[in-house]
Write a protein that binds this ligand. Structure first.
Ligand SMILES: [Zn+2]
Length: 160
């Protein structure tokens, strides 16, 4: 069985996750939005009674050392109705920034909210990404018929 994992948004909980992943020699991709990081950790949103903190910019390289980083857009807004220039910034500028920060090629893209249409898909491809992920679940994703693929299980899926 092949398992491909990716985690989004670069949150403090990833530190605990990364310890488990390293313990089990698991490879994972982390999808990040570069403009959302401040130098220190920031409270980003609440999930019920739980506060979700985003990692600080100053700790990203150390926290994610040796893991693949993928692009999750610059600011995590839906890309569906953006002007061409703004779409390019969200997709290409974000990729370039992440490549600079992590000194690794950024090949993957994860659509914010899973939102995708042919215009967005083409912008992602034109920016140099070779694969992308939505949040739409389907039964079987290997081998993907399209490098811009769906997922088989989300973290909040009861089957996970
Ligand atoms: Zn996200």
């Amino acid at each position: 069985m092949r398992i491909s994992q990716s985690w989004d948004d670069g949150v403090v909980d990833d530190i605990r996750l990364l310890a488990l992943l390293r313990q089990h020699y698991a490879t994972v991709t982390f999808n990040l939005n570069p403009i959302l990081y401040r130098s220190q950790r920031t409270l980003s949103w609440s999930n019920g009674n739980r506060s979700v903190w985003r990692l600080g910019r100053d700790e990203l390289a150390e926290v994610y050392y040796s893991f693949e980083i993928a692009n999750h857009s610059m600011s995590h807004q839906s890309l569906l109705n953006l002007a061409k220039k703004e779409l390019a910034s969200e997709v290409l500028d974000s990729r370039l920034l992440l490549q600079d920060w992590f000194q690794q090629p950024v090949r993957g893209f994860c659509y914010p909210f899973g939102d995708c249409n042919p215009t967005v898909k083409e912008a992602v491809r034109a920016a140099g990404h070779v694969y992308a992920r939505t949040i739409i679940e389907c039964d079987s994703i290997f081998p993907p018929t399209d490098p811009y693929y769906k997922v088989s299980c989300m973290f909040n899926d009861p089957a996970f």
